[in-house]
Design a protein around this ligand. Structure first.
Ligand code: CTP
Ligand code: MG
Length: 226
């Protein structure tokens, strides 16, 4: 039997870099809001049995009705002032609803076109015993360090650098402990590293790109099927 996970979807950001008028998660691609694409992708993977979305405080009802109207079953809860707080609130709601969870995925609404196969691969790796798993890609660009005047001080060897995507997958107890100890803001796996738990990787996918800027939105409209 395929492993079953609960997915937390932080979708409470404002989308400042996108410059959208409302929340980024409600911006449409092919007429469908990003959060609907993201939740559908999770449900299509076959390994996600429940989705909890953290929405902007001002848009909880809107997001709930948009998802329900699209037939994308999810519990929508108010998110927080930063992503860490949004995930914390979604995790608390998920635990309240399904205390028997053992695998938790955390997946950005902004990575709306993540292939279901990648979602399954992360879930399977946690089910196989990894306490924490992140999808990664090699870094394509040359990377340099600069000083405060933007003068290059170093060319960083990128051989052992990876760009990290979502979903990030965790054994429930590990994510819970990481969030109980969280005192600053990094990605979910970063919080897990801080409690001394190893984080493993699976190959990421270009389609799991994060929609951050208007350019990314144009790429998504052009590349992903209707
Ligand atoms: N997020 C969240 N709660 C916040 C901030 C961000 O749930 N308080 C979510 C976003 O909705 C997004 C994911 O975290 O799905 C990744 O964040 P990012 O891409 O930075 O989105 P925004 O914060 O909305 O964008 P920006 O930083 O440009 O304002
Ligand atoms: Mg942000």
């Amino acid at each position: 039997m395929q492993a079953a996970a609960v997915a937390l979807v932080p979708a409470a950001g404002r989308g400042e870099r996108l410059g959208s008028r409302g929340p980024k998660a409600l911006v449409p691609v092919h007429g469908v809001p990003l959060v609907v694409h993201a939740v559908r992708g999770l449900l299509n993977a076959g390994c996600v049995r429940r989705v909890v979305v953290a929405a902007p405080l001002s848009h909880v009802d809107t997001m709930a009705s948009v998802l329900a109207g699209a037939g994308a079953a999810a519990l929508v809860v108010p998110g927080g002032a930063d992503r860490t707080e949004s995930v914390r609130l979604a995790l608390a709601a998920a635990l309240g609803e399904s205390p028997d969870i053992s695998i938790v995925l955390v997946h950005d609404a902004a990575r709306a076109f993540t292939p279901p196969e990648l979602i399954s691969a992360v879930t399977d790796a946690v089910a196989a015993g990894a306490p924490a798993v992140v999808p990664v890609l090699p870094v394509a660009d040359t990377v340099k360090r600069v000083d405060e005047k933007e003068i290059v001080t170093e060319t960083v060897d990128r051989a052992d650098l990876r760009a990290v995507q979502t979903p990030q997958g965790f054994a429930l107890d590990v994510l819970r402990r990481a969030y109980a100890a969280a005192d600053s803001h990094t990605d979910d796996a970063g919080l897990v590293e801080r409690i001394g738990v190893p984080v493993s990787t699976v190959p990421g996918h270009p389609a799991a790109m994060k929609i951050t800027t208007p350019f990314d939105l144009a790429v998504a409209e052009a590349v992903f099927a209707r």
